[in-house]
Design a protein around this ligand. Structure first.
Ligand code: IMP
Length: 232
């Protein structure tokens, strides 16, 4: 795929002059998300990088009621640290139908009642993946196989200098198993069975996760937008 990221936009340039190759700046410290983005970028010939000194920046308070609100908040706040650069942030999670959409925006801290004696919306401290998975399994223990539907959702926001430029949403529909399966991935991946290829997300290669996941779907829309906007 012939494109470069030139400061702000990605340009598909089959016969264009060489543009300086710039990396897409991703605002996350989540190693699992970074691996997913790297896999998706590789698949599409793009390159990603973290924001310089990301770990020393104050954490953004994720108190939005929707994935979109939180993604925009993260992208806007972190983009202020890299003036003139486009920054991409992701807010994502698992929605389980039998739990009325929970864990949803609280996916990263769903086990807070078990580990911190707080509700997920009362804390900003993420909880351990195993504990989050254990809470979902406990709450679904009496739910029969046919009613264990759910989806991963990922909203990406692209922002520059504190302003959101666009957002992109990807989803992946699946079934929540009654025990973990697979060792790849992160978060709820081992519980999330994807019928289309009869594997959990923790059984996917990086290439497969990019092809089938919510994050891969959102990232492809982002790349399309980059190319369209720059070519218009
Ligand atoms: P946040 O977007 O940083 O608020 O956290 C997202 C949380 O949702 C992660 O910590 C995981 O628990 C869960 N999650 C989001 N995307 C995935 C995925 O691709 N696989 C497994 N879990 C995910």
């Amino acid at each position: 795929m012939g494109f470069s990221v030139a400061g702000e936009m990605m340009v598909e340039c089959s016969n264009a002059v060489e543009l300086e190759m710039r990396k897409i700046l991703i605002a996350t410290s989540n190693a699992g998300k970074l691996r997913d983005f790297a896999g998706a970028a590789l698949r599409h010939g793009a390159e990603i990088a973290g924001i310089p000194d990301f770990s020393s920046l104050p954490a953004v308070v994720e108190d939005g009621l929707t994935f979109e609100e939180n993604a925009c908040k993260k992208a806007e706040e972190y983009s202020r640290y890299v003036p003139g650069e486009m920054v991409v942030a992701d807010d994502s999670g698992l929605e389980v139908d039998a739990l009325d959409g929970a864990p949803g925006v609280h996916s990263a801290r769903y086990a807070a009642p078990d580990l911190q004696n707080k509700e997920p919306h009362e804390t900003q401290a993420n909880t351990d993946d195993d504990a989050n998975n254990a809470r979902v399994l406990r709450e679904l223990r009496n739910v029969p196989a046919g009613q264990r539907t759910g989806r991963f959702v990922c909203v990406l926001a692209a922002a520059r200098d504190g302003k959101t430029l666009a957002t992109f949403k990807g989803t992946a529909e699946g079934i929540i198993l009654d025990a973990p399966r697979g060792t790849n991935g992160f978060g709820y991946d081992p519980l999330f069975y994807f019928p289309q290829i009869k594997k959990t997300f923790a059984e996917l290669s990086a290439e497969e996760k990019s092809r089938y996941s919510h994050r891969g779907a959102a990232f492809r829309q982002f790349l399309d937008w980059c190319m369209d906007t720059a070519c218009n």
